[in-house]
Design a protein around this ligand. Structure first.
Ligand SMILES: C[S@@+](CC[C@H](N)C(=O)[O-])C[C@H]1O[C@@H](n2cnc3c(N)ncnc32)[C@H](O)[C@@H]1O
Length: 221
């Protein structure tokens, strides 16, 4: 197994393991320092309890995964899972995804962005806090490589429709591309914990996949 620079921390599981703070991300960006190699980078916004990032990093060892989670508790939980599974191709950052995208992630560097079951912010006056909004989608477009993927899944139909509308307002994405629901073969054969919970309750999951069109860059606001 490849070693990375902070491998030492993994010998003190679990109390020493933690998510990085955004200020500890290398500036300028340096995949070598973070992952010990150059590989396609995928980013998850709001990793929650870490099912996606740990499974994706396990089944796609040739890709690197960065999870951004605003809750310290969940960011640490994910970091511990990653360390326990000795995944050298996954890492957690504890912070606000919009700020991390804006300030830390280089343009045209992401092979994919994953947003699963983002907080719906039910009250109308709080909806401006939703992560799937035009400014964030524009940032995501800027950070994706050509043909990079944007995955957006939710159990809230109204958020799904509003999110799709806002992605449609940002030129330069192809989609939504249809996704067939995967039949779960075991108890944790779901994309995320929220997908598992929703489907076990017999409720629908709304899924959209987009691809950044090649050679598109957006004019500034
Ligand atoms: C409803 S949970 C879904 C968790 C996981 N994606 C899943 O499907 O199981 C939303 C997660 O997004 C995190 N979150 C909310 N706003 C965020 C932000 N601005 N940046 C990063 N994470 C955020 C929350 O702390 C929470 O863990």
């Amino acid at each position: 197994m490849r070693k990375r620079s902070h491998q030492v921390a993994l010998t003190h599981l679990p109390s020493e393991v933690n998510a990085l703070l955004p200020d500890n991300l290398p500036q300028p960006w340096d995949s070598q320092t973070l992952f010990g190699r150059q590989a396609p980078l995928e980013l998850e916004i709001g990793s929650g309890r870490g099912l996606f990032i740990t499974q994706a990093a396990t089944v796609q060892p040739e890709h690197d995964f960065l999870g951004i989670e605003i809750s310290q508790k969940y960011a640490k939980h994910c970091a511990i899972l990653i360390a326990k599974k000795q995944l050298t191709n996954a890492m957690m950052v504890c912070g606000d995804a919009q700020a991390v995208l804006q300030n830390k992630i280089p343009d045209q560097s992401l092979a994919a962005v994953h947003i699963y079951f983002p907080d719906p912010w039910w009250k109308r006056r709080h909806r401006k806090r939703r992560i799937v909004c035009e400014p964030v989608i524009r940032l995501i477009h800027q950070k994706l490589i050509p043909a990079g993927k944007l995955h957006f899944w939710t159990d809230v139909e109204e958020y799904f429709l509003a999110g799709r509308q806002c992605i449609a307002h940002v030129p330069g994405f192809d989609g939504p591309i249809g996704i067939v629901e995967h039949v779960a073969e075991h108890d944790f054969d779901y994309r995320t914990h929220f997908e598992r919970r929703t489907r076990l309750h017999g409720e629908p999951v709304f899924r959209a996949l987009y691809e950044k069109l090649p050679f598109t860059s957006l004019p500034d606001f």
